[in-house]
Design a protein around this ligand. Sequence first.
Ligand SMILES: O=C(O)/C=C/C(=O)CC(=O)CC(=O)O
Ligand SMILES: [Ca+2]
Ligand SMILES: [Mg+2]
Length: 398
Amino acid sequence: MSWIDDPAFAADKPFGPQTLPYGVVETAEGPAVAVRVGDHALPLRPLADEFTAELAELVAADSLDPLLAAGRPAWSALRARLIELVTATAAPDGAVLLPLSETATRLPFTVGDYVDFYSSRNHAENVGRIFRPDGEAVFPNWSHLPVGYNGRSGTVVVSGTDVERPHGQRKGDDGPVFGPSTRLDIEAEIGFVCGGPVARRVSTSAAPDHVFGVVTVNDWSARDIQAWEYVPLGPHLGKSFATSIGAWITPLEAFAAARVAVPDPGHPRQDYLVEDSHWGLDIHLQVFWNGTLVSKPDFAGMAFSFAQQLAHMTVNGATVRPGDLFASGTISGPEKHQRGSFLELSWGGKEPITLDDGAERSFLLDGDTIVITATAPGPDGSVIGLSEVAGTILAAGD
Ligand SMILES: O=C(O)/C=C/C(=O)CC(=O)CC(=O)O
Ligand SMILES: [Ca+2]
Ligand SMILES: [Mg+2]
C-alpha cells in the first residue's frame, strides 16, 4: 500500500502511479513544480533530497522550463525515481499533499512557439462542407502533409482561466460589421509540449526525444471573425485571443501502451514523413458543455502523428525549442457525437444542441463553461489520464 491515501490514486483511475503528470502549483513558499497523484498535488521542492543533484535542481525550480530543457535521459530518470517515491509504503521526509480542489495551478512552462495542425479528416471535411459548400471540402495537399499554421503563444492560458469574448469584424449584409463575436466556438485538441536540445530537421524517429509530454487543448475559435478574415492566409484574430491547455502535462512515456498506427493515406509518403514505429495515440476525449457531455472524439483516427507533425514543422530548417507547443488540430470522428467543435455539432448553427437543463445552444453564450477531459489505455489494463482543460466565457470587455 502506498503512503498516498487517496482513492483516486489507483491503477484503474486516470491519475494513479502509472500517469504522474507534471504541473506548477502555488504554495506558501511560492510556485513549485509538482506531480499529480490522484486528486492531490505533490510539490517536489520539499523532496529535493530524494533525488540526484541534477534532478534536485530541476524539481526545485518554480516552473517546468529547466526540466523541459533537460532532455529525455533526465525525464526518464526523474519519472523512475518518482514512481519509487509515490509507491513506497512510507512517505519521504517533508512530503506534503495538497488537495487539488484547494490548490491553484499556473501555466507550468514558458510557451515558446505555438503551431496548430489540422489533421482530422472528418473535421476538415465537415468544416469544408459548412464554410465552402460549393468547393472541394478538402484540398489535395491535405493528405500529403500535415496542414497547420503558426499561432500566438502569448495567449496560451492554463485551465481554469476565464476567456473574454473577442471583438472583431464579421461579414454583414452591407459590408463588414464590428463588435463582439456572435459565433464563439471551441476546438477539442491534444497538444504536445516540446523539450530537449534545440533541433532542426527532426526525424520521425527522433521526435519522441523532443516531446516532453501531452496536454488537453481547447483552441477557442470565433467562427464569424474567422470566416471573414482568413481567406487566403489562414486563421488570425479568430483564434489568437486565447488557447487553453490542461494544467498537468502527462509525460510521453506514460503512453507506451496507447501507441497505434496512423491510418494509411492510400498513397506513398515523402520519406521524411515515414514512421519506423507507430506514434498514433489511442486517446479518448470527452467534451462537457455546462456539465452536459456533448461529444466523445477519438484521437486514434488522426491522419498524422505528433512525430510526423514535428518532422514536418522542422523539415525546412526551422528549429524546435523547449517550451514550443503544437496542437493536433480539432479532433472529430465520423459520428455526430464525435465532433470536436460546436460549428460541426450544430452544423453551422442550423441544428442546435439541447443541454441536460433543456437549454439550446449552437455557439457559446457568456457564462458558459467548457471542460474537456481525456484518457488512454495504460499498461496492464490501467488507465492514463490527461488533466482537464476548463474555461468559462466572460462577456466582451469595453
Ligand atoms: O477548414 C477550415 O476552413 C477551418 C478550420 C479550422 O478552423 C480548424 C483549425 O484551427 C485547425 C484545426 O484545429 O483543425
Ligand atoms: Ca485548432
Ligand atoms: Mg486558439
